[in-house]
Ligand binder design. Structure first.
Ligand SMILES: Nc1nc2c(ncn2[C@@H]2O[C@H](COP(=O)(O)OP(=O)(O)OP(=O)(O)O)[C@@H](O)[C@H]2O)c(=O)[nH]1
Length: 364
């Protein structure tokens, strides 16, 4: 920690508010604690956001984990206020030495679980990352199978963007073949906080359009000093399999995604749809070809969708982050709803006709 100004205040236990009810009842002890990952370019406002969340009146008890992503995920520093007289406690959460591929749960997950279990009450975890250009490896570590029965769950990825700096990155991008590093973080984000808008006067609409061109599904919130409505932060359940209504809203929104008409290597979003039912096993091998075998030049970062599966009354949801994917039955199709497949892709060099044609082969 370089200087005290940079430290989040780590205050967490707040008196119950009249406006927002205390969130956790003792009976919810077994409900997994949500983890929000905060990414963003150097100086974008990540610590400002953490400070704001910790000092806001929400009645939640929150742990902040600072994760320095140098070469690999190492030792985590957790900071929690124990609540008694505001005493500040700093804990080092040791990660067991172990190969990711030999353990079912990554040591980061085990460390977070231990942290949750060692506390009487914990409502949420904020994982502030530094130096992390690509959040995908972290997502695949934290996105856990329900069967693992973890005491934590990935809630969402929040990317803080410095509006002024982003404008400059885009201007440089138009004059070069590279694309801004921030685009990666936008591609994986569930929420983008477009911060420091006090420093950018005229072109916020255009900045938002640039963000949506990369990731048409992301929620963009404008802010000064990250002062955002906390409902946009907590409990988004962006990776929850049961939250199909939110997914359907996203897919409704995806109607507005324009066909992928670009011919450069930018990151963009596109959507395919198909009325007829598809075979689950074929969809899985189609996804494996796309995400694992990478037989085409497409580089798919993320997909979300709903699926109409042969011989099933269940609406299935699809989520993928890089190579990790999940297709699960979410709930029964309602009578009112026309059954269909709809999948939104975020990535580079996306080719709508290749995706549409290859998916179409899952029908037979
Ligand atoms: N003008 C202006 N300054 C801001 C705003 N938000 C944050 N800042 C300032 O920007 C600087 C960087 O903010 P931080 O919150 O430390 O950014 P960070 O992303 O945590 O930075 P690193 O940890 O270095 O990556 C600080 O001096 C903040 O006070 C804003 O909305 N407007």
């Amino acid at each position: 920690m370089e200087d005290d100004e940079d430290c989040p205040p780590l205050a967490v236990e707040l008196p119950a508010q009249t406006t927002s009810p205390p969130v956790t009842a003792p009976s919810s002890a077994s409900a997994p604690v949500g983890v929000t990952v905060i990414t963003g370019y150097l100086g974008a406002g990540k610590s400002t956001l953490v400070n704001y969340i910790l000092s806001a009146q929400h009645g939640k008890r929150i742990a902040v984990i600072l994760n320095e992503f140098g070469e690999e995920i190492g030792v985590e520093r957790a900071m929690i206020n124990e609540g008694q007289g505001g005493a500040l406690v700093e804990e080092w959460v040791e990660l067991a030495n172990g190969c990711v591929c030999c353990t079912v749960k990554h040591s980061l997950v085990q460390a977070l679980e231990q942290l949750v279990q060692s506390k009487e009450r914990m409502d949420h975890i904020l994982l502030e990352t530094t130096g992390l250009a690509d959040p995908a490896p972290l997502v695949s570590i934290l996105w856990l199978d329900d069967q693992l029965e973890s005491s934590i769950r990935l809630d969402s990825i929040i990317t803080v963007i410095d509006a002024k700096n982003f404008r400059q990155q885009i201007d440089e991008h138009t004059n070069s073949s590279s694309f801004p590093e921030a685009f990666h973080q936008i591609a994986f984000a569930d929420v983008v906080i477009l911060n420091k808008i006090d420093l950018v006067k005229d072109d916020l609409e255009d900045l938002e359009k640039q963000i949506h061109d990369v990731n048409a599904l992301v929620t963009v919130v404008r802010s000064v000093r990250c002062q955002v409505d906390l409902n946009t932060i907590f409990d988004r359940q962006a990776y929850g399999t049961k939250n199909s209504s939110q997914l359907q809203e996203l897919l409704e929104y995806s109607k507005s995604v324009p066909p992928n008409s670009r011919h450069d290597n930018s990151i963009s979003t596109l959507c395919i749809s198909e009325q007829d039912p598809v075979h689950l096993a074929k969809v899985e091998s189609w996804l494996e070809d796309l995400l694992w075998e990478k037989k085409s030049t497409m580089d798919i970062y993320r997909c979300k969708g709903i699926l109409h599966i042969h011989n099933s009354n269940q609406l299935h949801t699809l989520q993928a982050v890089r190579e990790v994917y999940e297709v699960v039955p979410a709930r029964e199709w309602s009578e009112m709803q026309s059954r269909m497949n709809k999948i939104v892709f975020i990535g580079r060099n996306l080719d709508i006709s290749v995706l549409q044609d290859s998916f179409g082969r899952c029908k037979h």
